[in-house]
Design a protein around this ligand. Structure first.
Ligand code: G6P
Length: 610
């Protein structure tokens, strides 16, 4: 998983490419590189590690030129090194690539037999050699790329330069994302929208099996078989500022505080307050379909999987539909039972997570209808889905997902309400309560964020040295406990476990001593009394107990060492509020430890590998 960019125009391209890469660094940051047409040849600069290393290399040896490609890498084939960094060059050809070529072993063997000298461990260099071989046979760049692509199996978004055709870039896409940006005097391409926003809002999304020739005046899109593709550009109204830090120290903190806005945008136009219902046309199901669903199968990875776990509670409680939740990578290839009456819901921020994509495709092939809940417009999962119920969180740059998690919860709850109303399992009074509750959430979230920020930062400071942290919750608070633990692990590298509170006595209780903070989620809900008992059990083992409880909960106050309060809301809405202090806690622990909050080690935002 990597980020690629390209530029053809009149400006010096290196600073524009580097700027684009910076906005894509969330896709990986093991190494970076540029290839630019410069005085009749292609010049390359590459550097291991973060983008600033590449910038240093460019300061020392600038790259003049107006046409170029760039890459930020998350290593898949070959360790992070300068030799393995993109762009890869073969003769007059330079290539950047995001994805994985599955038949790389066979290609490597064949190319070696043909006398090629392969210098890196990457699959991408093989693509450069394949294109070079076609150019040697007399083809122009477009035809050479087209021919080389026929040899490839797997996933790719590539951008290719040839020193023989200095006015163009040839790009192609299969499974990995690629967007063309149509500027006034320049044409860009990139793996994702934020890299293009400062330059243009007019964007053309390539589909799988398509390629394009990019020149200063625009782009000509064709299929890999050479058929012309007519597609209107789309206007993307995300502002560049939305994709920047807006004064916060880190994207993650900004995104935590953006949640009220993200929820508001996600609810916009979907709450039918007059009829205690949800406007559900985006769900893509008829009233009959809704009644006929026999089972919902939720597929997701990471944080999205935790949202899906909460979704199961919503769907079972409100729509009375049997629901299972699967980690997408465990569902794949298991030959799981999927029936035509099943509704598969794929939940993904990026819409590109390979495991989720493939799992959804497998389920679809078995006859299920696929509805996706995705944040990134026109990404791979929406494109294969029967319908997509988008979250409108805007671009999420911090690798640790926050605002996308809460907007996923919102869509899952709206889906459950919509289904419940159609299936006759949710009466108007209860639905009305939830719809009104949703409408009030943004300002309640704002209050919780501003009201708890300092307290949570103090707690994080106090317990920053804790080596283990336990998060406990029951019912809807269980997935939130899992999410709290995941956040802490991801960005602060502290060992944390999320546990169903009732399971504590079956294992994790052995971990508890007076050095282990135990964060217990116990909003006033149907599980409250039992969660309180679990809190007491932890306290009796001398744990440091931090309660996240409803305002005025005196019992929780009495047993907790520290208490973080949230306003009283319906049980289904509590997760939107209880998750906020957990996100803040992990953020401040990481910040005090001085870790790289937005780009934690070994992680990447979008995981397009298995
Ligand atoms: C990566 C990210 C997580 C994300 C997960 C699933 O691990 O770091 O934040 O939850 O992928 O991604 P998706 O885009 O499918 O939600």
């Amino acid at each position: 998983m990597c980020g690629i960019v390209g530029y053809v125009g009149q400006e010096l391209c290196a600073p524009i490419l580097v700027d684009g890469l910076r906005r894509l660094e969330y896709r990986g940051y093991d190494s970076a590189g540029l290839a630019v047409h410069s005085s009749g040849k292609i010049e390359v600069r590459r550097a291991v590690g973060k983008l600033r290393n590449l910038e240093k290399a460019l300061d020392e040896r600038p790259l003049p030129g107006n046409v170029g490609i760039g890459h930020t890498r998350w290593a898949t084939h070959g360790r992070p090194s300068e030799t393995n960094a993109h762009p890869h060059v073969a003769g007059p050809i330079a290539v950047v690539h995001n994805g994985i070529i599955e038949n790389h072993l066979e290609l490597r063997r064949r190319l070696k037999e043909a006398g090629c000298t392969i210098v890196s461990d990457t699959d991408t260099e093989l693509v450069a050699h394949l294109v070079h071989a076609e150019v040697e046979r007399g083809k122009d760049l477009e035809s050479a790329v087209r021919a080389a692509l026929r040899e490839l199996e797997g996933a790719y978004a590539i951008a290719v330069l040839s020193s023989k055709e200095p006015d163009r870039i040839v790009i192609a896409k299969q499974s990995s994302p690629l967007v063309i940006g149509l500027g006034e005097d320049a044409t860009h391409c990139a793996s994702d929208i934020p890299a293009l926003l400062p330059y243009t809002r007019s964007m053309l999304f390539l589909e799988d099996g398509e390629m394009a020739v990019i020149e200063q005046g625009g782009a000509v899109v064709t299929t890999l078989d050479g058929k012309a593709v007519e597609r209107e550009p789309r206007h993307i109204d995300w502002s560049p500022v939305m994709a920047e830090k807006a004064g916060y120290k880190h994207f993650m903190l900004k995104e935590i505080f953006e949640q009220p806005r993200a929820i508001e945008d996600t609810l916009r136009g979907r709450l039918d307050r007059a009829n205690a219902d949800i406007h559900g046309h985006e769900v893509g199901l008829s009233e009959e379909d809704a009644k006929g669903i026999e089972r919902v199968l939720l597929l997701a990875c990471g944080t999205s999987h935790h949202a899906a776990l909460a979704g199961r509670y919503y769907l079972e409680a409100l729509a009375k539909v049997p629901t299972s939740v699967e980690i997408a990578s465990e569902f794949r290839g298991r030959d799981a039972v999927v029936r035509p009456g099943d509704l598969v819901v794929a939940v993904s921020q990026s819409g590109e997570t390979l495991d989720t994509l493939v799992a959804a495709k497998e389920a679809k092939a078995k006859g299920a209808k696929v509805l996706s809940i995705v944040n990134v417009i026109d990404s791979a999962i929406p494109r294969m889905s029967d319908a997509t119920f988008y979250t409108h969180a805007g671009p999420e740059i911090g690798v640790a997902s926050t605002k996308c998690f809460s907007t996923q919860l919102a869509n899952l709850l709206m889906l459950a309400i919509w289904l419940g109303r159609r299936r006759g399992t949710l009466d108007a009074a209860r639905a009305g309560e939830l719809v009104e509750g949703l409408a009030h959430l943004p300002h309640q979230m704002k209050d919780v964020l501003s009201g708890t920020r300092q307290l949570v930062a103090n707690l994080a400071r106090r317990y920053v040295e804790a080596r283990d942290v336990l998060f406990l919750g029951r019912g809807l608070s269980f997935p939130i406990a899992l999410e709290g633990a995941l956040k802490l692990k991801e960005i602060s590298y502290v060992h944390a476990e999320g546990y169903a509170a009732g399971e504590m006595k079956h294992g994790p209780i052995a971990l508890i001593d007076n050095k282990v903070p135990v964060i217990v989620l116990l909003p006033k809900d149907s599980h409250h009394e039992r969660s309180l008992s679990n809190l007491q059990e932890a306290k009796a083992r001398e744990a440091i107990v931090i309660g996240i409880a409803t305002e005025g909960d005196e019992a929780a106050r009495e047993v907790s060492d520290d208490l973080v309060e949230i306003p009283a809301v319906a049980e289904e809405l509590a997760p939107f509020l209880t998750v906020l202090p957990l996100q803040l806690y992990s953020y401040y622990v990481a910040d005090f430890k001085g870790t790289d909050v937005d780009q934690p080690r070994n992680l990447a935002k979008t995981v397009t590998v298995e």
